[in-house]
Write a protein that binds this ligand. Structure first.
Ligand SMILES: [Fe+2]
Length: 288
């Protein structure tokens, strides 16, 4: 086991005069760098950065979560993945209001899609409801929630497909061979949290939680005119393990959902007269 030291690092939130504090865990000694998982989806050796992909996988394995900068995420993806980032990110402008909010909030917009992902490829499943038990989501769980489906252009988008492939390589590689499913049930959520004066924009209205899956990726797509939105990671006794803010597009959090809780503080507008929102992509992998 690696010894850990906690080093505070100041990050500056875009356009805001406040600084978020990120707790980084320094690791003493050399980190074992095993060979990249590779193989599936035809990632030839060399297209995946050994250092960066292993850094994410090693943090996930050792800490139960990984904070990945946009730079690290880029290194994890093939070069073509971001060739049409503009259209991918712009699709967050066309999400439906989440009408299932138990707090009657209308600050969350979303689209949803389900997929089967395996070494043989990615297959979109028929549109279906999103379901979480109340054990995992006491606020909005316990019912089937039907959200607008992902647009076909996004479900087939090279960026999304590349992210699925990178997640598959990372998560499959961290799953013991005996427990690897023939196929992963993958759920994909596009979220926009809007911040308005008088109504908090809560990225995780259920508070500190687990999603009830095996693995989670939360990737920032955009932050527009907002402050706060600080992610924290806690162990199963809910002791703080790490705290960071996703600031740049592609900044990401990888989470081992069986080992840690996650939550995000509400976002607030910097300039209350202008639109303010936080766009994220959430991808979950569950054994099926
Ligand atoms: Fe979550």
């Amino acid at each position: 086991m690696c010894a850990r030291s906690r080093i505070p690092c100041d990050l500056h939130i875009l356009g805001a005069s406040i600084a978020a504090r990120r707790w980084c865990y320094g690791k003493e000694g050399a980190r074992k760098r095993s060979a990249a998982a590779g193989g599936a989806f035809g990632y030839p050796a060399g297209r995946v950065s050994i250092t960066d992909s292993n850094s994410i996988a090693a943090d996930l394995r050792d800490e139960g979560f990984a904070w990945a900068s946009a730079q690290k995420l880029r290194a994890l993806l093939p070069p073509a993945a971001l060739r049409d980032w503009k259209s991918f990110a712009a699709s967050w402008n066309d999400l439906g209001v989440d009408a299932y909010m138990a707090d009657n909030g209308r600050y969350r917009r979303r689209r949803f899609g389900a997929f089967a992902v395996s070494a043989h490829g990615i297959v979109r499943k028929p549109h279906q409801p999103h379901y979480q038990s109340r054990d995992y989501n006491p606020m909005n769980g316990g019912i089937e929630r039907w959200f607008q489906p992902l647009l076909d252009s996004i479900a087939d988008h090279v960026t999304l497909r590349s992210i699925f492939e990178a997640c598959f390589s990372t998560f499959q590689g961290l799953t013991p061979v005996a427990s690897r499913p023939a196929s992963w049930h993958v759920e994909c959520h596009q979220f926009r949290i809007e911040a308005r004066v008088g109504e908090q924009g809560k990225p995780t209205p259920e508070g500190l939680h687990r999603d009830g899956v095996d693995w989670v990726l939360v990737m920032l797509v955009a932050r527009e005119n907002i402050a706060e939105g600080v992610t924290s990671i806690h162990d199963t006794a809910q002791r703080l393990l790490g705290r960071f803010t996703l600031i740049e597009p592609l900044d990401s959090a990888f989470v081992d959902d069986s080992r840690v809780y996650h939550g995000v503080t509400p976002v607030v507008p910097i300039n209350p007269t202008l639109p303010a929102f936080r766009d994220v992509l959430v991808v979950t992998f569950r054994r099926e």
